[in-house]
Write a protein that binds this ligand. Structure first.
Ligand code: 8DG
Ligand code: MG
Ligand code: MG
Length: 145
């Protein structure tokens, strides 16, 4: 890879909800390794947020995204990394096209596996990926949103 000046990048991540549960996976990637995070990835040229969320969900878990909506955006600096990073992260909330479909770990080098966790601050797995943790604090751990 060519050495370039770092620039902010756009991440799109998805709260996939099934009843009261949310889909989380333990990261193996350099940023946030061994913390629990949402499925998601980098916005590609020309994509809508929804297209990106659906594509990343499919690539990482095999799941088909159903109806989705915009939730919030965060501005996250990862300056204490070997390769400093800056992400503007779009959070979507979605349901599954088919609630009976089972999540597969399709990128085992990036994730330890996917699981459904009750959306309750005392029941979420720890530690959460810190941008997700901050977001949970700001939005609140309520099923009402
Ligand atoms: P790609 O090559 O598939 O496009 O990328 P990826 O390997 O799937 O990227 P990622 O790290 O999973 O997501 C891109 C960035 O989004 C991540 O480095 C930082 C930001 N991000 C957050 N919160 C979350 C989150 O909860 N989950 C994920 N996956 N990324 C998040 O700010
Ligand atoms: Mg990805
Ligand atoms: Mg990802």
């Amino acid at each position: 890879e060519m050495e370039m000046e770092p620039v902010p990048r756009v991440g799109v991540v998805v709260f996939v909800l099934k009843g009261k549960s949310v889909l989380l996976g333990r990261r193996r990637s350099s940023i946030g390794a061994s913390t629990f995070a949402l499925p998601g990835g980098h916005l590609e040229f020309g994509e809508s947020f929804e297209e990106c969320g659906a594509r990343e969900l499919k690539e990482e878990t095999g799941l088909e995204m159903g109806k989705a909506e915009y939730l919030t955006v965060t501005n996250n600096l990862f300056l204490d990394q070997p390769k400093p990073a800056h992400y503007v992260t779009i959070f979507l909330r979605a349901v599954l096209a088919d609630p009976d479909q089972v999540a597969q770990n399709l990128e085992p080098s990036k994730c330890d596996g996917w699981g459904w966790y009750e959306w309750d601050k005392d029941k979420l797995p720890q530690p959460l990926f810190w941008p997700l943790h901050e977001m949970v604090i700001s939005v609140g751990c309520s099923c009402k949103w």
